[in-house]
Design a protein. Structure first.
Length: 307
């Protein structure tokens, strides 16, 4: 597998980790999930992200999941693996493991202990030294990490570290960061900017200069379609289709419920066998399931009208 580059674009879907109801990893569902993502038009996959329940896996399970997904992908698209961890020993071990398996690069979020700009820059400088020539994605997700990265700090990291090839932009919504980083003279190279937050601001992010999305949603084909139409200059068509999916995307963004909603929808669509989250993790109530079903029905009707 070739390494991730600054030219990454399109939709890198954040993969869920399927489980059986008893907590075992469902490898057969992993295969179906990969097939579905690729058929939906994903240009890459990201494994063991925050929505992939990575902290709930053992090191051995992480290796097995990454190996299974890479085997199923079979080199058709690049696969990025999240290796964020409290200490450098874990990051180093995870990076070596997944790159040996054939990953295209790794994603690293900052630990919550970082407070100052210099601390953030120093941390990523040390990460880059640790992992050597491995391409990495800088994850800017202050809602989850508690670390506020200014546009200037991101620019310093990108300019100083050649192996930082992609920003996973996940501020809320932080659109001015994209505009700043795309401003002439700010960066000494053009990096890939892929956006998160379930695609909730995707049309605006694309207009500001993003290259696509690196996130999850129960209907990843929405993100593929929006990016495709936007790239072709069909921005109003992109927005019309985005609006059809927006109610469910909004519902899925509820803190503490988002992954359960996504897995419930995936199971309903036959992509994974079970909607189980590994504990700790709550299942959806019957009321929430009815609400999701209602949103899907309205979404399907609106898509028929648009087509």
């Amino acid at each position: 597998m070739t390494q991730l580059t600054t030219g990454a674009q399109g939709v890198f879907v954040i993969a869920v980790t399927p489980f059986h109801p008893d907590g075992r990893i469902d490898m057969e569902s992993c295969d179906r999930m990969v097939d579905f993502y690729l058929e939906a038009g994903a240009t890459g996959l990201t494994v063991l992200g925050m929505m992939g329940e990575a902290p709930k896996l053992t090191v051995e399970e992480s290796r097995d999941v990454v190996a299974r997904i890479l085997n199923r992908v079979a080199g058709r698209v690049p696969v990025v693996v999240g290796v964020s961890a409290p200490g450098f020993a874990q990051i180093d071990a995870l990076t070596r493991m997944v790159m040996d398996l054939g990953a295209a690069g790794v994603m690293v979020a900052p630990p919550g202990s970082l407070r100052t700009d210099d601390q953030i820059v120093t941390y990523y400088t040390q990460v880059a030294e640790l992992i050597g020539d491995v391409s990495f994605v800088l994850q800017d997700f202050p809602l989850a990490t508690g670390v506020q990265m200014s546009s200037g700090v991101i620019a310093r990291i990108v300019n100083d570290l050649p192996t930082c090839v992609c920003l996973k932009h996940e501020d809320w919504p932080g659109l001015e960061k994209i505009s700043y980083l795309r401003r002439e003279g700010v960066l000494n190279k053009r990096i890939s900017i892929l956006c998160g937050n379930g695609g909730l601001f995707l049309p605006e992010e694309m207009t500001r200069g993003a290259d696509g999305a690196m996130t999850g949603f129960a209907y990843p084909e929405m993100m593929v379609t929006v990016v495709d139409h936007h790239t072709r200059g069909e921005t109003e068509r992109a927005r019309d289709l985005f609006d059809a999916y927006l109610p469910l995307a909004r519902f899925e963004q509820q803190p503490g419920m988002g992954l359960a909603i996504r897995k419930y929808t995936f199971a309903k669509r036959g992509i994974i066998a079970h909607d189980a989250l590994r504990k700790p993790g709550a299942a959806l109530s019957e009321a929430s399931r009815r609400e999701v079903d209602h949103l899907i029905a309205r979404q399907e009707q609106r898509l028929k009208e648009l087509n």
